[in-house]
Design a protein around this ligand. Structure first.
Ligand code: CUK
Ligand code: CUA
Length: 761
């Protein structure tokens, strides 16, 4: 009693002292930290209070990391790295058999490729609006496209371009996500064979691949995909038409000189030869007609893939070229589909092309000539709407919600230029730190741009952050574009590869799940054939092979002991029985490169050869409950000729009747507390709060387990087996503790969310 009173007094005293120091005002803090009013305003515009949510979710390429980064806007808080082309242990990606199968789809000519150079993420669209269902991203180094399902933010599929040897102009989608475009970058022979550079003009090729997306199954259908072959011009970025330009695609190029360098051969480098001309070619392709040609059997098969040759494309009138200045990079179609804006890295202009004018030129057949491959060239002046002096080295353009307003990244000048593409005038400029590549406005490449914020994806960080060695973080700068003047709000360091492009979606459109259906293979999106239910865990032995069908739940792994013989192939399948939100378990094992992630409901597998006799502890890697450290087990690999003659001896401590009775007494007291909490919850309108309903379900599960453990304790006690009676009584208490913990969480939630007492009838 004295102790308790002392404690109360001490706490009160502490509270008083703390208050004396806690009276710092906003002005005090500003002074102490050297913040200006502008800083505080910027902070207020980006700060999301604890527990709050962001208005937009950005998906950024993770550059060479091969991942996709997910962060919130305006807080710029990183929410997730989605593993795509590269293994990522936390998510078990590239460690469990299910995700290994996805990575294996990305093999290039039989070789494992365990990284990607991701550039352009694209969100799926319905009628040109983001629908929040899928995300696609390309790999420039190994021409591949990945499909990510936004139901669980997991990579589901990787397709390898069957004819390109690099790619860049992807991923971009059609208005209804029928196709995903991927344009080549560095020309190469379509066939997988050696062709000398002397044959560059004849045998090296570029092109645009149109990947058919099957929305019903959420996967790309390679058999219905096709490529329109193009000359070896180093195709670059692409975009799809929409509205009036629907059915067409646009792809830049930057080396229509078809120059091949060779510094060691005493030739000027690529950079000189590829920038010699003042213009390159914008490729204008009628993809809808191309798809019809493929359906009509007019494609040629190369490496088993449908290819429309340049000859066929010209004959059928589906490809045209327009000169574009100079060393062009970005091409971005306006939300209404009437214009496309192209910028040149060595130019100071942005060029606005009119789709109506392009069509008029095609209809009238008035071309300035043909290129060496017979493709008609539309006169630049015939297709141009206007050109605007935006700054030196313009790259990419994004659209505002305000009509005719766009933002262009200016690489050399390190600026963003806001301008009007209808009238052709510059509206504002802001300096960036440093050398901006892409930029992104909210939903800026959909038909419904929302403006508000702009993120500058900068190439260099230099002195913006605390130094961390020669390799600097990347810098995404958040800019407020809601007013007439752009205002810099925030610098966010990104320590994971060089992001190129990013897309941002209104957070309301995303509806991700919180758990899988029980026994789910998340990579195929089907029930796993290895699904294991509670109580049905088993170890199946066949000659040379041991298969384990196990489960995980707070806080034990079943089985806890796995015995195999040296040389056995071991297949582990685990199902996470949890239904509770965020109750993920991990599974790591000594010395076998085994690391799994088991989100609620998920089933994952791992296969390895137990080729060395020994003892291999395993454990859960997520701190999932108070007894998480006890979530453990042993794989025992016995030598082949092992003769087990050790006497079975008891392991660990022994327990008595008194121990058992003490535990039971504690359990009864715990139950009283649980009953009290349950009474409070049930007495309120908890059913109006779905998260609480889920918690109650979870608690009921735990109490069910407690009952089972109690029955086992009772049975052991009846046989006066005090050892097992005490241990089972302890397990019964463990389940009670979990139920109590969940109950308290539910009670707190109700308190914080204004639940009310139900009227007693
Ligand atoms: S690219 Cu890197 S800044 Cu791949 Cu779209 Cu322009
Ligand atoms: Cu499960 Cu720790």
């Amino acid at each position: 009693m004295v102790n308790l009173r002392k404690l109360v007094l001490l706490t009160a005293a502490l509270a008083i002292t703390a208050n004396v120091f806690a009276v710092e005002s906003l002005e005090d803090v500003m002074k102490r930290r050297g913040l200006t009013e502008k800083n505080v305003l910027a902070a207020a515009k980006t700060y999301v209070p604890t527990g709050g949510r962001d208005e937009y979710i950005a998906f950024s390429s993770g550059g060479q990391s091969g991942h996709v980064l997910v962060y919130g806007i305006p807080s710029m808080r990183i929410l997730k790295y989605i593993a795509v082309f590269t293994p990522e242990p936390w998510q078990g990606y590239g460690f469990d058999d299910e995700s290994k199968a996805v990575l294996a789809e990305g093999k290039i000519q039989g070789k494992d490729i365990n990284y990607g150079d991701t550039h352009h993420p694209a969100l799926s669209e319905t009628d040109g609006k983001y629908d929040g269902k899928f995300l696609f991203i390309n790999d420039k180094a190994n021409p591949r496209i990945a499909v990510i399902d936004l139901h669980d933010f997991e990579t589901k599929q990787i397709v390898v371009n069957p004819v390109f040897k690099s790619s860049h102009g992807g991923a971009f989608v059609t208005e209804n996500t029928e196709y995903i475009i991927e344009a080549a970058q560095y020309p190469a022979p379509f066939e997988n064979e050696y062709v000398p550079l002397e044959k560059f003009n004849e045998r090296y090729r570029g092109g645009m691949t149109y990947w058919k997306f099957d929305r019903k199954i959420g996967r790309i259908d390679a058999s219905k995909s096709f490529t329109v072959m193009a000359p070896p011009y180093s195709q670059d970025l692409s975009d799809f038409g929409k509205g009036p330009s629907s059915g067409w695609s646009f792809t830049n190029s930057f080396c229509s000189e078809r120059y091949v360098g060779g510094i060691m051969q005493n030739k000027p480098p690529f950079e000189a030869g590829c920038s010699a001309k003042d213009t390159d070619f914008l490729h204008v392709v009628n993809w809808k007609k191309a798809a019809e040609l493929v359906a009509a059997g007019k494609a040629t098969k190369i490496n088993g893939h449908n290819v429309i040759t340049i000859e066929t494309a010209v004959k059928e009138g589906i490809i045209f070229l327009i000169p574009e200045p100079k060393s062009p990079h970005g091409v971005d179609v306006s939300p209404d589909g009437k214009y496309l804006i192209v910028s040149g890295k060595l130019d100071s202009h942005a060029s606005v092309f009119s789709f109506a004018k392009i069509q008029a030129a095609i209809q009238s057949g008035s071309f300035e000539g043909k290129d060496n491959y017979g493709i008609p060239i539309i006169k630049m002046q015939d297709a141009l709407h206007l050109q605007v002096q935006v700054g030196l080295g313009p790259l990419h353009t994004q659209y505002d919600s305000k009509k005719c307003v766009v933002y262009t990244s200016i690489y050399v000048d390190s600026q963003v230029t806001k301008w009007d593409y209808c009238e052709g005038k510059v509206l504002d400029k802001i300096s960036i730190h440093y050398n901006i590549g892409h930029l992104m406005t909210m939903q800026g490449d959909s038909v419904e741009p929302e403006g508000k914020y702009l993120v500058a994806l900068n190439k260099l960080a230099i002195d913006r952050f605390n130094p961390v060695g020669p390799l600097h973080p990347q810098n995404h700068q958040l800019i407020d574009i809601s007013g007439d003047k752009m205002e810099l709000l925030y610098d966010m360091p990104l320590p994971l590869g060089e992001p190129h492009y990013a897309v941002a979606i209104n957070a309301k459109t995303l509806k991700p799940g919180v758990r899988y259906r029980s026994g789910w293979n998340s990579r195929t999106d089907k029930k796993s054939k290895f699904k294991t239910r509670a109580g049905r865990e088993k170890i199946v032995r066949t000659p040379g092979k041991v298969e384990v069908f196990g489960t995980t739940i707070r806080s034990h792994i079943t089985p806890e002991i796995i015995e195999v013989t040296e040389g056995d192939e071991v297949e582990l399948h685990f199902t996470n029985l949890e239904r509770a939100e965020d109750e993920t378990h991990g599974f790591a094992m000594y010395g076998q490169n085994v690391n799994l992630s088991l989100e609620p409901g998920k089933t994952v597998s791992t296969t390895f050869i137990a080729d060395k006799a020994g003892v291999y502890p395993y454990y859960c890697t997520e701190f999932c409950s108070a007894l998480h450290l006890e979530m453990e087990g042993y794989l025992l690999v016995k030598p082949k000729d092992y003769n087990d003659d050790t006497k079975k001896s008891s392991v660990g401590a022994t327990y008595t009747k008194a121990d058992y009775e003490k535990q039971v007494k504690e359990n009864i007291a715990t139950q009283a507390i649980i009953d009290q909490v349950v009474g409070i919850i049930l007495g309120q309108n908890y059913k109006d709060f779905p998260p609480v309903v889920a918690l109650v379900e979870d608690a009921v599960d735990q109490l069910g387990f407690a009952k089972e453990a109690k029955a086992k304790a009772d049975a052991a006690a009846a046989k006066e087996d005090w050892q097992n009676a005490t241990l089972w009584a302890g397990q019964w208490w463990q389940y009670q503790v979990k139920a109590a913990d969940i109950g308290l969480r539910a009670k707190t939630y109700l308190e914080q969310h204004g639940a009310v007492k139900l009227d007693k009838k």
